[in-house]
Design a protein around this ligand. Structure first.
Ligand code: EPS
Length: 401
């Protein structure tokens, strides 16, 4: 069977955005409303621009299902744009610093319009739809993925120490999708002030994936390392300028003894997905040598401020080659909430891809059975080691007595 992958197509003001997902096993009952809920969340947050008042993103599943269930065929997800007017739109002349305008217009020996239409974060509709579908595969093996905002501009919004379900409730209470809903007002005021100044704001998002099986990804080759794949996928999201896993850049500052997560073991906890290993901390963010280690996967990403500024930066007019102010088009002031939804879904897709690589299966039941078989083999291996260790200890005691 094909490995799990997706591609997107579509322009910001074209007919719509398409995501083509290949390699999903058969037998997944697809919940279209769950995909729409993610698309709606992506449209929300504080600081969004006029475009989100025009759109009400809804997925149409064009292919790959029979009576609502996957059949192993490619799944084409389509989200129509209401603001479809690409051919009526003029070109820009003064590239916006930070956007793809200058690099793209030079690269393609062409227009800025031809570049910005595809560089636009509207494309993330397709990534979210694909990721929301991949999450439905992950649900079958008990993996949960949650994305939230941990920083908006200079404001830090730390993660409380509580269970994932509690974090999800907090996130869903917050208008900026942080885990500190009681600080929404402070964030809203900062964004409003930024808008009055004609400026924009970025921030930091974090994604936490729980109950991820041991051993996804591989240390054996650079492009199979799951940390590398996650970093690539997340870094490719529009406006992302930095990606960290676990402790991230902070690990470079500390000594090894306060970075690496000590390994404990409780033989009585070998059961189900628990193999008995206890890690008091998770600075590795669930990944060691490019493999998942049974701990939650933690990925953080830094989003730069939106590059379309109402009070534009200096640029050059490409028609006259004279200094000019960068062009302004309707835009968001802060899209960090949307970014948390996008990164959550992008991470979910990469984890689902790695699940399919390790366990595979043409039907979802085959996949879930293979996951269980793997855990059974791992538990058996540990139980037999435990017995051998106990016997060795018994015989050394007997020899000593
Ligand atoms: C974007 C510009 C704005 C954003 C857009 C990304 O679109 P418009 O030019 O139509 O106002 O709203 O994001 C989306 C359309 C979206 O759905 O997230 C850009 O230039 O990148």
């Amino acid at each position: 069977m094909a490995s799990l992958s997706y591609r997107t197509a579509g322009e910001s003001h074209g007919k719509g955005i398409l995501a083509l997902v290949e390699g999903l096993p058969a037998g997944i009952q697809v919940d279209t409303e769950a995909i729409n809920a993610e698309l709606r969340r992506r449209q929300g947050g504080i600081g969004r621009g006029g475009r989100q008042r025009l759109e009400s993103d809804q997925v149409e599943i064009l292919t790959g299902l029979w009576r609502g269930v996957t059949i192993g065929s490619p799944v084409a997800l389509w989200v129509a744009n209401k603001d479809y007017r690409i051919d009526k739109l003029d070109d820009l002349s003064a590239p916006r610093p930070g956007h793809g305008d200058l690099a793209g217009a030079i690269k393609f020996l062409g227009s800025i319009r031809g570049v910005l239409e595809r560089a636009s974060a509207r494309e993330t509709v397709g990534r979210v739809a694909a990721g929301a579908l991949a999450k439905q595969l992950l649900a079958h093996i008990g993996v949960s993925v949650l994305g939230y905002v941990v920083g908006v501009g200079p404001i830090r919004l730390p993660v409380p120490h509580t269970q994932l379900d509690e974090l999800r409730k907090l996130r869903d209470l917050s208008k900026i999708y942080s885990l500190q809903p009681d600080r929404d007002e402070e964030v809203a005021q900062m964004i409003a002030e930024c808008q009055r100044a004609g400026d924009t704001l970025g921030g930091i998002v974090e994604v936490r994936a729980e109950n991820v099986p041991f051993g996804l990804g591989s240390h054996t080759q650079w492009d199979r390392k799951l940390d590398g794949r996650l970093a690539r996928a997340v870094m490719s999201v529009q406006a992302i300028k930095g990606v960290e896993i676990g402790l991230g850049f902070e690990a470079a500052v500390r000594r090894g003894s306060s970075v690496h997560d000590p390994i404990g073991f409780n033989p009585d906890q070998i059961s189900g997905r628990s193999l008995g290993f206890l890690r008091a901390s998770n600075n590795a963010g669930g990944l060691e040598a490019g493999m998942s280690n049974g701990q939650p996967i933690i990925v953080r990403a830094a989003m730069k401020p939106i590059s379309t500024l109402a009070r534009p930066l200096p640029s050059v007019n490409l028609d006259t080659l004279q200094p000019d102010k960068a062009d302004y088009e309707r835009s968001d002031v802060c899209a960090i909430a949307a970014c948390s939804v996008i990164v959550e879904n992008v991470v979910a897709f990469e984890i689902a891809r790695a699940v399919m690589e390790k366990f595979g299966g043409d039907h979802i039941d085959e996949l879930t059975a293979r996951v269980e078989l793997f855990y059974q083999l791992a538990r058996n291996r540990l139980e037999s080691r435990k017995r051998r260790a106990e016997e060795a200890q018994k015989s050394s005691c007997q020899q000593g007595s």
